[in-house]
Design a protein around this ligand. Structure first.
Ligand code: UD1
Length: 439
């Protein structure tokens, strides 16, 4: 850590100092998927038993959800750096506190297991966030279709049902969270539920596999039609979370912008197809030395291309900001269309401060490639926007300072150490000790 003579400031002003322009090399280890880990932790509430989850990254979001589960009467214990035990035998509270839920949208997804187990759940609306309004009406309508009575009062969603009933649910949009909430609720419902136009994201499949390991009957996860046959009860299990495809994508982009050859493991290569296809179209080469490894070989010049974010297996919205760092230094004009979230261009102004040439109109960003980026102090506005600025800093001429690390720490475990392991030159400046959540 660097030392400073300045008066102690707040953790808000912690930042990464990145010396750009150095090549990366070697192999990086990919952690378990944050978005899977969060929903599986909520899924553990479905069993009055103990569940062990492996490959859980030690992230701020995971700790927050651990606190929320504890507030519900659940025992959460870390057994190792990446293993947690969740004992939901004594789940006795159905109203997670607003103070905690408001910090973490994924905690709303606990409404499904809570109503299925306790017959009633009172969960505060998660509220807006930096990347868009993110409403929950699809979750609510699905629970209503299953016979739950749902009211929204003073910012709290109350769902109650003595026993949820299986039914046919059509989602207007293949929402990841709504598919997960309803799939969990349906595991303990009476009869058969079918979710049409379901999300097909790998994290939905991971949740289905986890619930199946707990005794649930789920068919078709990974397609747009999922059928769940309700059972009386689920039991605890031990389960290992899939590798994080967005973390893997982040390292692929870090390699691409620094024109470096690196290897990533473990990964599930098919989860990376939408990102790899674009990188290859732009001129890079990607090899698969074995079923859990990818090797990235850079191009010396990248061709511009167009990107449209879409539900899986389309190009992931979580990779949009990261891909833009490469498009910014590619040859030619690119167009990025963000169709999933309405306000996800917070990184554009910051990339422009680093010398990029990007114009935004509505949900489109027009990018004119420039030969290189140059360092500047920049601030991340959300998780992936901040990651994109770190990646941009690795490629930029000079020393870039990236602020907004509270976003980065929500979703990347040991990012600096992993990048340093690949030869990147960066350090975290921390003016005062960060507060830490404990469980
Ligand atoms: C999840 C991921 C997030 C990722 C996103 C899309 C977690 C914890 N987060 O978020 O990282 O970017 O999927 O891949 O897994 N929508 C509605 N009504 C609803 C629900 C959603 O209109 O009831 C809209 C949202 O506002 C958004 C779009 O649907 O515009 C996609 O949202 P959704 O798929 O639900 O994303 P999340 O589950 O919140």
């Amino acid at each position: 850590m660097l030392t400073s003579t300045a008066t102690p400031l707040t953790t808000e002003q912690a930042h990464l100092k990145i010396q750009g322009g150095y090549r990366l090399s070697g192999e990086v280890r990919i952690s378990g998927a944050k978005n899977s880990a969060l929903v599986l932790m909520a899924g553990a509430l479905l069993a009055a038993d103990t569940t062990i989850l492996r490959a859980v990254p030690d992230l701020a979001d995971i700790r927050r959800l651990g606190e929320i589960l504890q507030a519900l009467g659940v025992k959460v214990q870390r057994l190792g750096s990446e293993t947690i035990a969740i004992d939901a035998t004594d789940l006795n509270t159905n109203d997670p506190p607003y103070r905690l839920v408001s910090q973490l949208r994924a905690s709303f997804f606990a409404i499904g297991p809570l109503v299925a187990r306790l017959g009633v759940a009172r969960v505060p609306l998660p509220g807006g966030c930096a990347i868009g309004a993110r409403p929950v009406e699809l979750h609510v309508r699905g629970l209503q279709a299953m016979g739950a009575e749902v009211t929204i009062d003073h910012g709290v969603v109350t769902a109650s049902a003595t026993k949820l009933k299986g039914t046919r649910i059509y989602l207007d949009y293949p929402s990841v969270g709504a598919t997960e909430t309803l799939m969990m609720a349906a595991t303990l419902a009476e009869g058969e539920t079918t979710i049409e136009n379901a999300a097909q994201e790998p994290e939905v499949v991971d949740l289905a596999n986890f619930c199946i390991a707990m005794g649930a009957k789920i068919y078709g996860a990974g397609t747009n039609s999922i059928t769940i046959v309700g059972v009386d009860r689920l039991h605890g299990t031990e389960y290992e979370i899939i590798p994080d495809r967005i973390e893997a994508g982040t390292f692929l982009l870090a390699a691409a912008v620094t024109r470096s050859a690196i290897t990533l493991a473990p990964v599930i290569p098919s989860h990376l197809t939408p990102v790899i296809a674009k990188l290859e179209e732009m001129g890079a080469t990607v090899e698969f030395p074995d079923p859990t490894r990818v090797r990235f070989i850079p191009a010396q010049r990248y061709r511009a291309t167009d990107i449209e974010t879409l539900p899986y297996p389309g190009f992931p919205t979580d990779m949009q900001a990261l891909m833009m760092t490469l498009l910014a230094i590619s040859e030619g004009n690119s167009l990025v269309s963000e169709t999933v979230f309405e306000n996800r261009f917070g990184h554009v102004a910051e990339l422009n401060r680093m010398g990029a040439d990007i114009r935004v109109k509505g949900n489109h960003a027009a990018i004119r490639g420039v030969p290189h980026l140059s360092s500047a102090p920049v601030t991340g506005t959300d998780l992936r926007a901040t990651a994109a600025l770190v990646v941009a800093g690795l490629a930029a001429h000079g020393e870039t300072h990236v602020y907004g690390l509270q976003h980065l720490d929500r979703g990347y475990w040991q990012m600096e150490a992993k990048l340093q392991g690949l030869g990147a030159r960066l350090e975290r400046y921390v003016p005062s000790a960060a507060t830490s959540l404990v469980f």
